[in-house]
Design a protein around this ligand. Structure first.
Ligand SMILES: [Zn+2]
Length: 179
């Protein structure tokens, strides 16, 4: 009897394990819920769906949109670096550099920077970090509207810090663009 109960617990645990998915980019584990994903950003459907919810919140709130929309998009993109096309990855990392890692840059410099990267024919080979930090889009999704901005910035800072070995690459692209 005990063995039968144990077997049933084991099989339920297995079922539960099979019913979860792990995002290949940010490692978010969620109950499996099949759905669409992005054309080239590799992520789980569950993670992509949360990103959609977060974007919807920003599109519906002009204050949030102005404050952090670009940070949200850039952070999500660089946290999902597996097989990510070099042009897109570089653009988002350099944009994040302009927002979080810059020193003495002006807003117009940030625009120049992103335009410069988009116009480049060649892109640096970026080595993605194995550990993308302790936060994911899930943390933003469960934050209320009042905490949205602060949680996005905290998440972005963790992801930017995870990319520390490539900060010099972002900085050198920036120097090239602004000289
Ligand atoms: Zn993800």
């Amino acid at each position: 009897m005990i063995m039968a109960v144990e077997a049933s617990i084991v099989s339920r645990a297995r079922e539960r394990a099979m019913d979860t998915s792990e995002c290949v980019g940010c490692k978010l584990v969620m109950p499996a819920h099949p759905g669409p994903t992005h054309r080239y950003i590799r992520c789980s459907p569950e993670c992509w769906s949360l990103f959609g919810e977060v974007l919807a919140r920003e599109f519906q709130n002009q204050r949030l949109f102005r404050a952090v929309h670009q940070v949200t998009v850039d952070t999500y993109a660089v946290q999902h670096a597996v097989d990510h096309p070099a042009k897109s990855l570089t653009c988002h990392l350099v944009s994040l550099f302009a927002i979080l890692g810059r020193s003495q840059m002006q807003d117009e410099d940030a625009d120049t920077l992103v335009r410069f990267v988009q116009g480049r024919a060649k892109f640096p080979r970026l080595e993605a970090p194995a550990d993308m930090g302790p936060m994911t889009i899930f943390d933003v999704a469960i934050a209320g509207e009042s905490d949205h901005e602060v949680v996005v910035r905290r998440w972005a800072r963790h992801v930017w810090d995870a990319w520390a070995p490539e900060h010099h690459t972002s900085a050198s692209v920036a120097r090239e663009a602004l000289r």
